[in-house]
Structure formats: structure tokens, C-alpha cells
Design a protein around this ligand. Structure first.
Ligand code: ZN
Length: 463
């Protein structure tokens, strides 16, 4: 694989001149397609049905990953004198400690390999679903390997490059409808619809667009897909009939799965990933509830207590070995009914998000609230909704003396982020946001996956 040489390097005997488009997302994504297609042919397609080829690629890439890790401040002492050969790499990996998020957050730079020039870095912010967010440094493999692995996944789902993708969002910062393309995601054409903004006035416009667009696939977080189903029940949205519905981001409960598949009249598949690594695994179309790991890019081990331990095999900028994201699963290494040799995750348990009901009764994403709260000097916070249109936000400020003024500021800031009939900000001691030694969840909400899927399938109200 090749990477763009950075501006200080000489290229064809001439010095490259930096250009303002160096970090154009559209260009970088489009550029990744070519490399991704080549990697698909060389690696992902070659190993798609061939256990021996897969084993060879995994072993070689793990040894390379350990060698890069040995150049980081964190792993250098741990790997010193160890056997990093292809034959011994897996045993050497097993001697390393599980890596927690808090260790990474404490000294993120100690995981950098120094092999990727700063201008070539791709930085991804984690969502902070299960903790405070952090920035992860990738190289171009974030796009190229994902493009290659994505082609294989799409083929398994009966989708082809250039497919039309209808994405659902509920983020109040997004427009009602948006048009775009996602080159490295199967060269797809994308229409994004903000489900939380559809009302009686705009619904016909949205329905016309969806009908004319004729999406091959529908994609969203489970809550957003469930919200689209609720909009149909309210007579606001006519759900398209795609070839497949794809969800990502939250762990799905079985009731939600059934409801989604029935409402769209199409098979549904779920994806599992995290910002630290990109997509990790995707649900096998022939074995529901089991997820094939993209073992060419990712190695997954399961600790004794059921926690996943994830090792990145392709990121040349950052080395994460046996990283523990906090999700639990079991791993199946036997042959899958579909014939693919890749190990599968099953009984995935991790995160579930909810939605906030605003003053107009619209269901909106919690993301802007989370971002605003994370930007404040708080030790801990919790958003609670017991009544539609009302929110109780309890915060434990890092500096209690400044607490009262901060509560006022926060009330203004959050009021601009979501329109509520009543928004109460309370300053509390940190201890009040901890129950039985466990940290309280950031959100306690009315609208959850469970309440939504129960309501869409039974036709009863949410509260
Ligand atoms: Zn399978």
C-alpha cells in the first residue's frame, strides 16, 4: 500500500508543494477507493473463502503490528527482547496486559509509532458513548482497508458498488434532507433524512425524495430506524422497500431486530464497530446474531470475564494491542453455515442510546447535549427525562465554588442546543451521581430502544 508522501518529501525529483486541499475529506475518500479496490482483490477477496490464506495474512499482519508497537513509548519496554516473528507473534501478544481506555486517555501520545507524518494523519474523535471522548490518530488505512473490507461486506449483503443509500439521522444539527456521496463506502450515493424534523408540512417532500431515490439500503442507528418506523405509524413517512436495512452503533435487543425487519419487509443486518478501529465485525446474512470479524484488519480475543480485547493490525500511526472497549461477547471459531472462515462474535453486549423528547414532542439525538456537557469543566453529569418536553440535568462541577454560575451558563447553552419547555440544571456533589460505587449512566431517558420497539410493534403509546 502507498501513502501520500508528505510535502517535505521529494517526489519525482521535485519538491512537492503543499496545497490547501491536502485535507479535503472528499478527495481523501475518493482517493481511498482506488487503493481499496486493489486491497480488496489482493487481500480481502483472496481470503474470503480460503482459511489458509486468511491465516497467513493475519499472522503476517500481527507480526508487523507488534513491530510497529515496539517503536511506541508504551509498548517498547513491554516488547523488549520478545520474539516478534510471524510464528511467535500470537504468543507474544498474549503476554501483554489488557489496555483500558483510561490508560490511553492518560497518555495518548505514548501509543504513537512516529511512522506517519503529521500531515498524513487522519484523526477521529471517539463518541464518548462509554466514557469521555478522545482523539485517535490513524493513517490512510482507516479509509483504504475499510473500503476494501466494505466491498466484501456489501457483496455478502447483495449490494454492489454505486448502490443508493438512505441514511437516517436524528441529530438536530443536521438538515431535514441532505445529499451526498460516500466513495469509500462502496462508492455509494447517499441521501440523509433527519427523521426528527419530519412534520405534516414537510412529509410529502421527504416521501417524494425517498420514492424517487429508490434506495438499495437503509442505514442508521437502531433508535433512528425505530423512529422512522414510528413516523410511518403516525402517517408521516412511507417507508421505502430496500434490499437490506443496516444498523450500527448500539447493541440491538431481539425485539427491535424483529420489528425492524418486519416494518421494512427486508432482511436486516447489524454492524459492530468503534471509532478506535472503524468497523470490527458485521452480521452474517446466513447466521443471524453472529458477526464475522474483519480478521484481516482486526484481531479479537475475549478475556476470561467476557470482555473483548481488540488488536489493530493495519493502523500504522497508532498501536493499540488488546484494547478493551468495554463491550462483551463470545467468539465462535467453528465453520459458519455461510462457509466464510472468519471468526464470529455472538451475544454482543455493550451500549444502548436513547432519544430526548423536545418541547414540540420531537424525538432528537442526545449527541449535541453530550458534546455541550463534555465541553464544560465537570467531573460527572447526568441527563434525566421523566416527562416529554422537560429535562433535568444534574452536574458535578470540578470546582464546586463556581458551581452556581456554571449552572446558569449551562442552562443557557443547553437551551440553545435543544428546545425544551422546562430545563433544570442542578449542581450536585459527585457522590450523588454515583450509586453503589458504580458511576450513574449519563442518560436516563423515556425513549429507549426497548420502549420504541415495543411501541412500533404493538401499536401502543410510548408513555
Ligand atoms: Zn457466516
Amino acid at each position: 500500500m502507498t501513502y501520500p508522501s508528505h510535502p517535505k518529501e521529494r517526489h519525482c525529483g521535485r519538491k512537492m508543494i503543499p496545497h490547501k486541499w491536502w485535507h479535503s475529506q472528499a478527495l481523501r475518500e475518493a482517493r481511498a477507493v482506488g487503493d481499496g479496490w486493489r486491497i480488496f482483490l489482493d487481500v480481502y477477496n483472496a481470503a474470503a473463502r480460503d482459511p489458509a490464506a486468511l491465516q497467513e495474512i493475519r499472522a503476517e499482519r500481527l507480526a508487523q503490528s507488534l513491530e510497529r508497537a515496539a517503536q511506541t513509548e508504551f509498548y517498547a519496554p513491554l516488547l523488549q527482547g520478545k520474539d516478534l516473528s510471524i510464528q511467535a507473534a500470537a504468543q507474544t501478544l498474549a503476554t501483554l496486559p489488557a489496555l483500558s481506555k483510561s490508560v490511553v486517555r492518560g497518555s495518548p501520545k505514548s501509543f504513537l509509532t512516529g511512522l506517519v507524518h503529521e500531515v498524513d494523519e487522519l484523526r477521529v474523535q471517539t463518541s464518548g458513548t462509554s466514557g469521555e471522548p478522545m482523539k485517535i490518530v490513524h493513517d490512510d488505512s482507516l479509509l483504504t482497508e475499510a473500503a476494501a473490507a466494505g466491498l466484501r461486506m456489501l457483496e455478502a449483503y447483495g449490494l454492489a458498488p454505486g448502490y443508493r443509500l438512505l441514511r437516517f439521522t436524528s441529530d438536530p444539527r443536521h438538515k431535514l434532507v441532505d445529499f451526498g456521496a460516500s466513495p469509500y463506502n462502496g462508492a455509494s450515493v447517499v441521501v440523509t433524512v433527519n427523521i426528527s424534523k419530519i412534520d405534516r408540512e414537510t412529509c410529502e417532500y421527504v416521501n417524494r425524495i425517498c420514492e424517487d431515490f429508490r434506495p438499495h439500503a437503509v442505514w442508521g442507528q437502531p433508535m433512528e430506524v425505530l423512529l422512522a418506523m414510528l413516523r410511518q405509524r403516525e402517517g408521516l413517512l412511507r417507508l421505502p422497500k430496500p434490499m437490506r436495512v443496516l444498523t450500527h452503533g448500539d447493541t440491538l435487543d431481539p425485539q427491535a431486530r424483529k420489528a425492524i425487519s418486519a416494518s421494512f419487509g427486508a432482511p436486516h443486518s447489524d454492524l459492530y464497530g468503534l471509532q478506535e478501529f472503524g468497523r470490527v465485525a458485521w452480521e452474517c446474512p446466513d447466521s443471524i446474531g453472529t458477526y464475522h470479524v474483519e480478521e484481516e484488519r482486526i484481531r479479537v480475543d475475549v478475556a476470561q470475564d467476557g470482555h473483548l480485547l481488540i488488536t489493530g493490525l493495519v493502523n500504522k500511526a497508532t498501536a493499540f494491542l488488546r484494547y478493551q472497549p468495554g463491550d462483551c461477547a463470545e467468539i465462535l471459531r467453528g465453520t459458519c453455515p455461510c462457509g466464510r472462515p472468519h471468526a464470529r462474535l455472538t451475544k454482543l453486549e455493550g451500549r444502548q442510546r436513547g432519544l430526548v423528547v423536545d418541547a414540540q414532542g420531537q424525538f432528537v439525538s442526545v449527541k449535541p447535549l453530550r458534546l455541550a456537557l463534555e465541553a464544560m469543566p465537570l467531573d460527572r453529569w447526568q441527563v434525566q427525562q421523566d416527562v416529554p418536553g422537560e429535562l433535568l440535568v444534574r452536574v458535578a462541577p470540578s470546582d464546586m465554588a463556581a458551581g452556581e454560575r456554571m449552572a446558569g451558563d449551562l442552562s443557557d447553552i443547553l437551551g440553545k442546543v435543544v428546545a425544551m419547555k422546562q430545563l433544570t440544571v442542578e449542581t450536585v456533589e459527585l457522590g450523588e451521581l454515583a450509586a453503589g460505587g458504580e458511576k450513574a449512566p449519563h442518560f436516563r431517558l423515556l425513549v429507549t430502544q426497548e420502549s420504541m420497539s415495543g411501541s412500533t410493534s404493538s401499536g401502543t403509546g410510548l408513555w
